[in-house]
Design a protein around this ligand. Sequence first.
Ligand code: SAM
Length: 334
Amino acid sequence: MILDRLRRPLHDLRISVTDRCNFRCTYCMPKEVFGKDFEFLPPRLLLSFEEMTRLARIFLSLGVEKLRITGGEPLVRREVEKLIGMLASLPGLEDLTLTTNGALLGRKAQELKDAGLKRITVSLDALDDEVFRAMNDVDFPVARVLEGIDVAKAVGLAPIKVNMVVQRSVNDHCVLDMARYFHGSGVILRFIEYMDVGTTNGWRMDDVVPAGEIVQMIDLEMPLEPIEANYQGEVARRYRYKDGGGEIGLITSVTQPFCATCTRARLSSEGKLYTCLFAADGFDLRALLRSGKSDEEIAAVLRRVWAARTDRYSELRTADTTSLPKVEMSHIGG
Ligand code: SAM
């Protein structure tokens, strides 16, 4: 186990497999920035599945137990199920999951399951078709995402989590509908406070709907009680319905930051290692991989980078910090 300067162990690695996405969510990849002229990474600059797997193996040897595949949209990377298959058999891996917008999930769920994926997280910001189409900004219908979730369930991916980013006056009126829809379904619905990741979404504190408000709103109609975290450092605060209708989670990175227990490292699709979602730059691991360094040499670098880590952006956030340079969420994944 390796510890950073704030004595936090390295436990999770999120691997972004592409910087491209088939959605243009207004709060993540606004069209004005990520339009037709935007230059995404050319394939030669992306890590290959072999390179990702090699790095994952080294991370596992340093104490990582959990891998999450993300993007961009991970299901737009060709044959991503091959990567799942390569990672699933790595020694020391306790948990392998993937975060998707669900657009291609209906088509891909069986292949992912067959390759060794156990569970999945689907992002879905509204059930109201008009609101959803406006938020994804590519006119994608909500019914197709719900179909994808149903197929994922049918092929046995479990548990399924659904993440909803809540933005004031955009989709906060959709919270109760979502809660009602997934109540009793076995799906774990999680509400994410809208964050000031990147620099393109024009984030303002006023746009954040505090998790406490969301809990109150749901509790009034479907009474809730808090439950213990599954493990130390779990991102979501958990609540369960008192009537046995399952649980929900709240990801409170703005109103109740959890930097003190953050054990996550993030690898961008071009092989840069970020030690914080709000970092400006990452450490270039691709250069190490492609310059013939041994696993031991790379492990030594990872130890050094983690040992020097002091990041705790969310604890330090003020109106002034939001304009600092930060990597885009679509570049390193959620
Ligand atoms: N395309 C995949 C997806 O939609 O899940 C994976 C990448 S996406 C960047 C990961 C998650 O980050 C999604 O749930 C998305 O809603 C969330 N996200 C993006 N920008 C965000 C922001 N500013 N605040 C909070 N969550 C955000």
